[in-house]
Every structure is written in structure tokens, then in C-alpha cells.
Design a protein around this ligand. Sequence first.
Ligand code: ATP
Ligand code: MG
Length: 217
Amino acid sequence: MTLTIALSKGRIFEETLPLLSAAGIVPAEDPDASRKLIIDTNHPDVRLVIVRASDVPTYVQYGAADLGIAGRDVLIEHGGSGLYHPLDLDIARCRMMVAAPEGFDYEAAVRHGARLKVATKYPRIAREHFARKGVHVDIIKLYGSMELAPLVGLSDVIVDLVSTGGTLRANKLAAVEHILDISSRLVVNQAALKLKHDAIQPVLDAFARVVGEAPRR
Ligand code: ATP
Ligand code: MG
């Protein structure tokens, strides 16, 4: 029985290697070096599929992959249907923040009840955040380089992931509000968890040992 694990290349792949290794799984190739989208492993029954970070939940939802690793940001935007989330892997940690140009009086803008223009790749997280605060917003969906939007008048603020804050500073923006702490989670296709239980459980247990957490059953 083949087990298929969906991963994105770059930081998630790198930070997942030690977890895979704890489960005795070693990829045959580095997806950043190879152009292959299906990567074999030392384990004859385990393969990796390399997909865009935001596509990981979709592959797992439809059972094209049995397992996947995706950021909490991606999982919230996806909605999580058909997915079981047994483990927070505590990798790819960052924070979802509201950021504004240096000197922008965010508190006043929010207090005065004017509509705030918000540019983001994360419309669901942004919409829910401002709805909880009772702030009226126009959400402008972008696919990248959010930092540019307030600099050229596309938006007042952005909602984006921040780790060191270096990109914000380089563009004279500052974080003005923390929304969520983000890390990546293991997701499992709900049907596969039952049908391939004997193959999946050892992987879950090995990952859980590394992150020092008992998998949720
Ligand atoms: P793409 O780069 O293909 O547009 P992406 O930005 O979602 O997609 P990655 O940059 O590989 O893909 O990020 C994958 C996940 O890692 C994100 O969903 C998020 O959870 C987390 N992440 C993103 N940026 C950072 C960061 N600067 N530091 C730590 N973790 C991050
Ligand atoms: Mg990225």
C-alpha cells in the first residue's frame, strides 16, 4: 500500500526532513534541485508529492495525498474540510499581523469607524479578524508582495505573515496588530486514516515523538 505525502518545497520541505527521518523516511532527491514533482524515498511504499504550499490541503482533502504538511494560515484559508489535524509540528513558525506604513495612526483609523482598505493573500483570516473587532473593511486579494500595497495607495494596511520583520522595515512599514501565531501542521485524509491506518499510524507516532506531543486520536 503506497503512502503519499504532500509537501511544498523550500522551508516546509527543509523543516520536515528531520521529522521524516525520525519516521525512517529519507527522500531520494531534493525538490529544490530536481524538477521532479513526485519524489521517491528509501521506503518502497512512501513517496512525496511536491505542490504549492496553498495546494497541500486540496491534495489531501481529495485523497490524492494521504498526508500533508501545511501552515495554519493555509489551513484556515482552505477551511479544513475532509482533513484531520492530529499534530502541530511547530515548524515554519511566524505570526499573522496587521502592518501599516510607519506613522499611520492605526488605532485612530479603527476608532473612527472609517472603512479600512486591507490588502492580503489571506482574505478569510483578515475578514474574520476585522469582523471580530467590528471594523468595516474592504479586502483586496493579492498573491504576493503585499508590502507594496500601502506604499502605492492600493490599501491602508496589509495582513501578512511576519517572522523577523525585516521586509516590513525595508519598506517602512510596521506591525500594528498581532492576529495569530502560525506554525505548520500535519494533516491527514480522513478516509486514508481508516483505510491505511497501519501505514499511517507509525508516521504519526514518529512525528509526535519528535515534537513531543501525543497525536490526537
Ligand atoms: P509561495 O511562496 O509558493 O507563494 P507560500 O509563501 O505560502 O507560497 P512558503 O513561503 O513556502 O509558501 O511558506 C509556507 C508556509 O510557511 C506558510 O504557509 C507559512 O505557514 C509559513 N511561513 C511563511 N513565511 C514564513 C516566514 N517568513 N517564516 C516562517 N514561516 C513562514
Ligand atoms: Mg512565501
